[in-house]
Design a protein around this ligand. Structure first.
Ligand SMILES: [Ca+2]
Ligand SMILES: [Ca+2]
Length: 180
């Protein structure tokens, strides 16, 4: 148990104990058929209004963090899906004479007509049904001795980077290389 959790438990235990004492007192009054005065009812409602949120907020926070793995899993799936689509395309519009680095991108094609990997360079989209997730792509040439940095010149290798963003999690990024 972390110090934070211990501290929270120390704070909550007296509150829960107080609440239980009130419930026992109320139960006894009901059993004795004494009823409650208006003051007792008001005090109970005021105390319940203060104590119940303090008890439930930590649980609600726990439930919220529980959904994070599902968001990461969905983001990873969406990134891999787009990466597989890109990898299925050709190395270049004209592999015999590859595109100049300054001209990477679609050759006038629409999104559904992309036919080489660098057509996806600069693409940002949300896939249907997943409006909270955004996918963006960067494609650039790399040299064999540095596979991470933009070579700034035509080589036989292109690096494809796909990044998926969702406000609940850090960005999910993945990269792969394709060769001519
Ligand atoms: Ca193309
Ligand atoms: Ca292209």
């Amino acid at each position: 148990m972390t110090c934070l959790e211990k501290g929270r438990q120390r704070t909550l235990c007296p509150l829960i104990s107080t609440m239980l004492n009130i419930v026992v007192y109320l139960k006894k009054n009901v059993q004795d058929k004494c009823g409650f005065t208006l003051i007792e009812v008001i005090i109970f409602l005021v105390l319940a209004g203060i104590i119940l949120p303090l008890i439930f907020i930590p649980f609600m926070t726990g439930l919220k963090s529980y959904s994070t793995p599902e968001v990461v899993s969905t983001a990873t799936f969406l990134g891999e899906e787009l990466m597989e689509e890109i990898k299925s395309k050709g190395f270049d519009e004209n592999p015999a004479s590859p595109t100049d680095p300054a001209n990477l991108g679609p050759e006038g094609e629409s999104r559904s007509q992309y036919d080489d990997v660098d057509d996806y360079d600069g693409l940002t989209e949300t896939s249907s049904g997943f409006g909270n997730y955004s996918r963006s792509v960067t494609v650039f040439y790399v040299s064999a001795d540095n596979l991470d940095a933009d070579a700034g010149a035509i080589t036989n290798f292109k690096r494809i980077q796909v990044t998926v963003t969702n406000s609940q999690i850090p960005n999910v990024a993945m990269a792969t290389l394709v060769s001519n």
